[in-house]
Design a protein around this ligand. Structure first.
Ligand SMILES: *[C@@H]1O[C@H](CO)[C@@H](O)[C@H](O)[C@H]1NC(C)=O
Ligand SMILES: *[C@@H]1O[C@H](CO)[C@@H](O)[C@H](O)[C@H]1NC(C)=O
Length: 469
């Protein structure tokens, strides 16, 4: 049986006053209709451009060829080993952390980890994405199957390793290691703050002895209830003096072997790096966000999964086989559990109506017309809304969507793929319209801006007239 909340994230506000759960889309969509693709308005200019670059029609950056410039081999001893330590090079320092917050947030968590690797001059080791928010029985998904790791490495100038390259995923050896617990210090307003758990730790067969980070890692002043730590305070612990000066705080012996270990110096590790900022909480929203600027925007899609998303988008728009993918406007409307924030406001007045969203789509169309000279008539909706009537309204506007049930995407490729494909389709819009409070919308917005120089809008909601402007 499908779990309706499969894509939900149990935790993750990104606007402090709200408790917002996060994530992609649960879906059960009405059967597909015939969509008459109105291609007439596409200018010859963009048409020619499209022929050259059928996959990513508005991709303004040339994809360089990523040779073996950052082949991961030299950064480990060799093929994956039974114990991770046997594969680390004795002249190299590494950094790792784990995830537990739903896919979009896990992408941001890894962005934070890799940014921390940059400023500490360490090599990041990235674990697989967990499937707990999709279906715990689904296998985890390798970072490099969704993100183009060679391209990322090239862009940011450091190697990026994945755990399966370091430690044999089949290994039964339980490795002891000491790590820092950030969660225990930022959550110290709680009665019994604890290190953040992640199912990945068990999968990697790690037996961790946690040491609490000093309270000054907290980003906001003491007394403010907020879970963010600061990048640079965590970074100080990566260096000899910062490390040795701060080893004194409470240490938990490892749960299995009951060993007490200081935080590892060669493989620096933190329990949870989602809630990290340089200057303020929820920073991935801000223009200056260093994690976005120095890492996140360079996390481009793995070409195989991007091709698959393109094929889905093409079918949604009924594009004939020998024609290029036309530019389209992507929309992400998150409803579902966001309704919990509406409190006494009835849902139909709390969420932005389709006509409000359509006004934003028109603005994006207008900007594309006046600033880029392209007429974009195709609009692709992504949403977790389940109400067939709402989807009829989407069709009435002449918009389309990917019907994952008819495509049998989850059956053929796995339950992750509808989530990935939604994110990729959003990110490859010539313009984008999203939902305030959704990190998935925020990432889509930033990708469309950064990758396609496309106009974007975020729709306000929560009360009648919230999006008036
Ligand atoms: C570091 O590793 C190299 C190559 O494996 C080895 O020759 C060297 O002795 C090691 N150095 C130390 C200090 O262990
Ligand atoms: C993309 O993912 C596929 C598996 O789906 C993998 O074989 C391939 O190596 C990945 N591409 C890159 C550049 O890592």
């Amino acid at each position: 049986m499908d779990r309706q909340d499969a894509y939900d994230d149990p935790e993750t506000p990104f606007i402090p006053t709200f408790r917002i759960k996060l994530q992609p889309t649960k879906r059960k969509k009405p059967s597909p209709g015939t969509i008459c693709a109105a291609l007439a308005g596409i200018s010859l200019l963009s048409f020619g451009f499209l022929l050259l670059k059928p996959l990513s029609h508005l991709d303004t950056q040339d994809a360089p060829s990523y040779s073996a410039a950052f082949n991961s081999q030299p950064y480990v001893q060799g093929p994956p080993t039974q114990r991770f330590r046997d594969n680390l090079r004795n002249n190299t320092k590494y950094i790792t952390s784990w995830t537990s917050a739903g896919w979009t947030n896990d992408v941001m968590t890894y962005g934070n980890l890799i940014y921390l690797a940059l400023i500490t001059e360490r090599i990041p080791i990235i674990a697989k994405f967990l499937s707990s928010h999709i279906d715990p029985s689904e296998p985890p998904f390798a970072f490099g199957e969704i993100i183009d790791v060679p391209r990322l490495s090239q862009a940011i100038g450091i190697p990026v390793l994945e755990w399966h390259e370091v430690k044999d995923p089949e290994s039964q050896v339980l490795d002891d290691i000491g790590c820092w617990s950030v969660w225990e210090s930022v959550e110290n307003y709680k009665e019994d703050p604890r290190p953040r758990e992640s199912p990945t730790i068990d999968r990697l067969k790690l037996d961790i002895s946690w040491t609490r980070t000093p309270d000054w890692v907290k980003l906001t002043p003491p007394g403010i209830i907020d879970d963010h730590a600061s990048f640079w305070s965590l970074a100080t612990l990566a260096f000899p003096q910062g490390r040795s000066d701060n080893l004194g705080l409470s240490n938990h012996p490892s749960p299995q072997h009951q060993v007490s270990l200081p935080p590892d110096d060669q493989l620096l590790c933190f329990d949870f790096l989602y809630f990290i900022g340089a200057q303020q909480p929820w920073e991935w929203e801000s223009d200056y966000s260093p994690a976005w600027r120095f890492v996140g925007q360079h996390m481009r899609w793995n070409a195989s999964v991007e091709r698959l998303a393109d094929a889905h988008a093409r079918r949604a728009m009924n594009v004939p086989v020998n024609e290029p993918t036309p530019p389209y406007i992507s929309i992400h409307v998150r409803h579902g559990d966001f309704g919990d924030q509406c409190r006494s406001v009835p849902l139909d007045q709390c969420f932005a109506s389709l006509s409000i969203i359509a006004r934003r789509v028109s603005e994006v169309q207008e900007e594309l017309r006046t600033q880029k000279g392209i007429e974009v008539t195709q609009v692709i909706m992504t949403s977790d809304e389940l109400d067939p009537e709402w989807w009829s309204g989407v069709r009435a506007l002449g918009w389309t969507w990917v019907d994952y049930a008819t495509e049998r995407t989850a059956e053929i490729y796995g339950k992750w793929h509808p989530v990935f494909i939604d994110a990729i389709i959003q990110s490859n819009g010539a313009g984008f319209v999203g939902t305030r409070g959704s990190t998935m919308s925020n990432l889509a917005r930033r990708r469309v801006q950064s990758w396609h120089n496309g106009p974007t809008r975020i729709v306000q909601w929560g009360r009648p007239g919230a999006d008036d402007h």
